[in-house]
Design a protein around this ligand. Structure first.
Ligand SMILES: [Zn+2]
Length: 276
């Protein structure tokens, strides 16, 4: 091999060695954080990547051993991100949500429920989303031909103040459209429930499932719906044990929830930042 050949080979080996260290993981992510990766998006600078990943530019350079601040589209960068357990932060009337789970399926259609396509505020704690999915699936199983239940707002992705709601801030509230005949439009609470149009047997399946869950703290609904469901339950000996829920504060009648019921779930055991 010629001298030029040797130096060319050396250059290749060196560049390969450099390339292999360029994407090396941060060797020491601080306690409470863990290594994550991201690709530089079109038009991004190191500063915008830093902003997006909520870290400092200097840290990104150090972790990725970058000689300068220039990055190229598609470049893989590693960084240290805080590790957190998902959950509810603070109260439903003044709180937030960490690691919220979106209940809305891509096409808006879930098992026994629908979400209107444009609705983005459908994030809840993992427990909240699990409880709703479970009751919606139970509803569908009990009434395969019934229209799906409209799932309305839960919380925003990170929680916090949500539109005209006083609550819905920490991933533990959900609005569920009443089951009426004829049904409400898909994903929209456009029909008030009356004593004659409420589909009591189907609505009761939803409410009974929620009542069976110890995490259910309140279910708000119009007095019309309270009275219609109470009469439905009172007439059926097998259901009479549920009558107590109409007087123990779990089912709450009001004049606001005319088109949907509003469910509030308790803090999950071990969710340390959550406040009931
Ligand atoms: Zn609500």
């Amino acid at each position: 091999m010629t001298v030029q050949g040797i130096s060319a080979t050396l250059a290749l080996v060196l560049s390969a060695a450099l390339a292999s260290t360029a994407g090396a993981a941060p060797r020491t992510c601080p306690k409470g954080t863990k290594t994550r990766q991201t690709n530089v998006q079109k038009g991004e600078t190191l500063a915008t990547v830093a902003e997006r990943t909520k870290v400092k530019v200097a840290d990104l350079r150090r972790w990725n051993r970058l000689a300068s601040e220039s990055v190229r589209k598609g470049q893989n960068l590693r960084y240290c991100a805080p590790v957190f357990t998902p959950g509810s932060v603070g109260s439903c009337n003044g709180g937030g949500l960490r690691g919220g789970v979106n209940i809305a399926p891509k096409d808006g259609r879930g098992k026994g429920f629908v979400v209107s396509p444009g609705r983005k505020t459908t994030f809840g704690t993992p427990a909240t989303v699990r409880h709703i999915r479970q009751c919606m699936a139970q509803y569908q199983k009990a009434h395969p031909k019934a229209p799906p239940v409209n799932v309305g707002d839960l919380s925003a992705r990170d929680g916090g103040h949500l539109g005209s709601h006083a609550s819905h801030q920490s991933g533990r509230d959900v609005d569920l459209g009443f089951v009426t005949k004829p049904p409400q439009s898909r994903g929209v609470f456009d029909r008030e429930a009356t004593s004659t149009n409420l589909d009591a047997p189907r609505e009761w399946t939803v409410v009974q499932c929620l009542l069976a869950n110890h995490d259910t703290k309140f279910i708000f609904m119009s007095w019309t719906v309270v009275n219609t469901l109470k009469a439905f339950v009172a007439k059926r000996p097998a259901l009479r044990r549920y009558l107590k829920f109409f007087g123990n504060g779990v089912i709450q009648g009001d004049t606001e929830h005319l088109t949907h019921l509003h469910v509030r779930f308790r803090c999950t055991k071990g969710d340390r930042m959550c406040r009931d």
